[in-house]
Structures are given as C-alpha cells and as structure tokens.
Design a protein around this ligand. Structure first.
Ligand code: SAM
Length: 308
C-alpha cells in the first residue's frame, strides 16, 4: 500500500478499503469494504457495493432510507474506534506529544510500550512518508495485535513492532545515536532513561507519559544527569454543550442551570425590552459536557544535553 495515498484526503472508497462508519459522534466503527458484503444495523441494510467509488465523507443510504457517513480512517478516528487492549493515549495528549517532540516527516522515532497502538498510529502519520517508527512492547500478543492493526490501517511500511523488555534491556543498540525522539509509556520509565540517552541524536527529545506524580518525580531525578529543558505538562480538556435558549421577562432561562456565555446578549433599548420581549432572539448558552474526560497523565519532556 502506498502510505502517501492512504493518508491523502482526496480519496474514493475502493473494494478492500478500511472505512469508519459514522452513525453519531459516539457511535462509529471500522469496517473493511467487501463488494459482496452488507452492513446491517438499526437503520436497515447497507450494501458495500453502493459505497465503492464514492468519495470519503459521503452520506450513504440503507434499503429503508436510513443513513450513515463513510469516513477515512485518520489517526484521530482510529483512536476512537480501535479495540482497547490497554489504556490508550487520546488525541489531546497525542497532538501535544507530536508538537513538543518536534516530529516532522523523515524522523526516526522510538516508542515503548506499544499498547493498543493509539499513539503509534499518529506517530506514523507524522513521520510519513520517509521516516519510521520503531515501537516495542514486551507482551507478545499485544505486539502481534498491533502489527495486524497497522496492516489494516495501511501503516505497516512506516511502523516496525518489536517484542522486548525495554525497562530491563533498553532499546536495541542498532539505534544508538539515531533517534530524533523517543516516547515512553511504561510503569517504571526511569529504568529505560539511561538507554534513551544513548539512542537519541544530539539535541534529541524524550517524552515520558505517567499517570502519577510520584512516577514523574522519580523520572525527573534520573533525567537530571543527562538531560536539560525538563518540563512536565498536564493536558486537560473542558468541552461545552452549546445551545440556543429563549430568555423570559426576568432574564431567567428555560434551560435550567446552564451558564450564559459572556457578551453574547446584545444591549437593548427600553422599547425593545417592553414591546418585543417575547420575540427576542434566542441567547447562546453553554454548560460543561458530561462526557468530558479528566486527568489522563503527565507528559514530561526533556532534551539530551549537547556534548561539545
Ligand atoms: N501508549 C499506548 C497507546 O496509546 O495505545 C498505550 C501503552 S500501555 C498503557 C503500556 C504498555 O507498556 C503495555 O502494552 C505493556 O505491555 C507495555 N510494557 C510494560 N512494561 C514494559 C516493558 N518493561 N517493556 C516493554 N513494554 C512494556
């Protein structure tokens, strides 16, 4: 598979493609298109043959007039539909990691553990078309499942999955001095940090993800001997449900305990307030979403000290 074609947005659905079938933002699944197959769900029966030749993003209809959207399997969507074999990184942390690790096309990136391959999928897109991600997990079955997933998503030419105890043995010596960046999602990252120091190019960057601050403190103590610019971040997202609500005479709202967005309500004259109150335009209101995720972990970044 040509990774550049796989990652392009200007694509049409072909037989054998992986598509993300979108019902709602919280109901999507990955399906391999097969000309002779059908998808059956509560909206009716969808023939895969009707999908072939349609651009990604198309709305497609069932025998009963129900519809779904066919989306391209971007890393962002893959993270939402992959089968969870471990805890995974989500897109807020992933995008932060890729930016602060300064990953660009052509980079050589080392990662451990692979887990469910959520981060790896985005790393692969970031290094494409000429770079490579070498990812290691000591759990054989998990490594095998991740390899199968990278075949399905068309990323196998950009990712190599190895089975190795990175805390015990470190990264393989063949990568010494070659890595642009290294990412660790391990229970005792401080055990792998000396090896990371050997693998990185001069000026290379490490990121370690840890859920607990005690793990962060221990990692930072180890980092101080060989690394500089040590910084820890926590990425927290707060999403809002936004909707329009009509205000009553006393400026209470009809929607219950939602906060008013500041400055959205325009200033009104007395005539407007007295005469037009009932026909006044709705006001935009927002409240924190009940689906918002909280703490995932701390991201510690550090740059290898230059040896002059
Ligand atoms: N970042 C991954 C993702 O986004 O899908 C999730 C990683 S998961 C939380 C941690 C992984 O580290 C597990 O799959 C586990 O098997 C692996 N692991 C734990 N100790 C390890 C070690 N010493 N060497 C290699 N892998 C290890």
């Amino acid at each position: 598979t040509d990774p550049a074609k796989r990652l392009s947005f200007q694509r049409y659905v072909s037989d054998g493609d992986l598509v993300i079938v979108y019902e709602r933002h919280d109901n999507m699944k990955a399906i391999k298109v097969c000309e002779s197959s059908v998808l059956q769900n509560r909206f009716g029966v969808f023939k895969h043959s009707d999908w072939i030749g349609k651009p990604f993003g198309s709305k497609v209809f069932s025998n009963k007039g129900g519809f779904v959207y066919l989306l391209a399997p971007t890393p962002e969507l893959w993270t939402l539909v992959l089968s969870h074999r471990t805890q995974i990184l989500y897109i807020a942390d992933i995008s932060f990691v890729i930016m602060y690790l300064e990953i660009v096309p052509g980079c050589l990136v080392l990662e451990s553990g692979t887990g469910s391959g959520s981060l790896t999928t985005s790393l692969a897109r970031a290094v494409a078309p000429s770079g490579h991600v070498y990812t290691f997990d000591f759990h054989e079955q998990r490594a095998a499942s991740a390899r199968e997933d990278f075949e399905r998503t068309g990323l196998s030419s950009l990712v190599t999955v190895g089975v190795r105890d990175i805390q015990g043995e470190g990264f393989p010596n063949e990568f010494t001095g070659k890595a642009d960046s290294v990412f660790l999602d391990l229970p005792q990252p401080w055990l792998a940090i000396p090896s990371v120091g050997k693998m990185l190019k001069q000026d290379g960057i490490l990121c370690s993800f840890s859920p607990c601050i005690e793990q962060v403190q221990r990692s930072c103590e180890t980092l101080r001997s060989n690394f500089t610019d040590i910084r820890t971040f926590e990425v927290l997202i707060r999403t809002y449900e936004v909707r329009e609500v009509k205000m009553n005479r006393f400026q209470g709202n009809e929607g219950g305990s939602i906060e008013s967005l500041p400055c959205k309500r325009r200033q009104r004259s007395n005539e407007e307030i007295n005469g037009l109150e009932n026909s006044s335009p709705p006001v935009v209101m927002a409240r924190p979403s009940s689906e918002a995720r909280g703490h995932t972990g701390y991201l510690t970044f550090a740059r290898l000290k230059c040896v002059l």
